[in-house]
Write a protein that binds this ligand. Sequence first.
Ligand SMILES: Cc1cc2nc3c(=O)[nH]c(=O)nc-3n(C[C@H](O)[C@H](O)[C@H](O)COP(=O)(O)O)c2cc1C
Length: 358
Amino acid sequence: MKWQDRRLLDLFGIEHPILQAPMAGASSTQMAIAVSEAGGLGAVAAAMLTPETLRTELQLAQQATGRSINVNFFVHKPPVVDAGHEARWRKRLAAYYGELGLAPDAGAGGPVRAPFDAALCEVVLEYKPKVVSFHFGMPDAALVRRLKDAGIVVISSATSAEEARWLEAHGCNAIIAQGAEAGGHRGMFLNDDIARQAGTMALVPQVVDAVKVPVIAAGGIGDGRGIAAALALGASGVQIGTGFLLTPEAKTVPLHRAALKQAHDNSTTLTNVFTGRPARGIVNRYVREVGPMSPDAPAFPLAAGAAYPLRAASEPKGSTDFMPLWSGQAPTLAREMPTSALIATFVKETGAVLDRFA
Ligand SMILES: Cc1cc2nc3c(=O)[nH]c(=O)nc-3n(C[C@H](O)[C@H](O)[C@H](O)COP(=O)(O)O)c2cc1C
């Protein structure tokens, strides 16, 4: 396949302009390796890793592939705990604690979500991946400088043209335009009004017009039709998340896989009840009853403290009632196919669509 727009291919040193979305808790380093070996850009999701576990994953990636890889971090501001807000949240969830037989003050025990910092940066600099990507903005200028001085390409997600311009001004070498269709957390950081979030079709050309750096389209893309459409809108490449959730390399748990297989175009919503930040997932009992957007949810990621025990208590009984079932708006496009075959399929399908317009 001969891609017309080589900007991302040259920037990342890859063959196909297809990025696997980093998906904390759902993607795996094996997936990242498979994507990169197949010519795309694989991503190690590091948002829930400590410096020690990050080192393990980067070692694994480095041993398995000499190809370009992306390492992804969250860059949210660490929240200030507000006891009143915490108490309100616990009170809102108290009935579920009762139903599941949990002590009202049951401990969190869920995954840690720490923002990118100097300690994580040290580990990154030991391994020097080709690309580092961020979600929720950018880290301090000093950390960005350290990455760039090491020759690392830095990218981040924008959900508006305003955020794209901000990211470019803060040193991003390429920008992911994340449309409202996207699964998982919204990367929004200059605005918190989910009603104003644009879809991929509207967002991508406006971001392309707003910045000089190459743009990567994300959100609702799951096959060659979507990839070709994104390229037609001016994107230099795509980032796909939900489309990989049914691959054998995904860490998607069986209940989540089953929910994805039953989901449709109208099964998801944006909800803050799992972590405190809006994220797209399949509607379940917890989302329906407590959200989808609850003013009682404490700031990201504190809401997970009281929410996670509900999942931990119900999931082993086979219930999806309290599980985050992250998905974009195109779950029916996700295929149960090995990751490497999926990349080859994306390339073939895109070529076939583009040929129709040649
Ligand atoms: C299960 C899941 C987890 C995600 N976790 C992350 C993450 O850790 N970091 C990140 O930058 N984006 C994350 N995202 C968002 C993706 O980067 C991307 O914007 C999205 O998957 C694109 O939309 P799609 O799911 O419709 O393909 C996640 C998405 C999903 C579906």
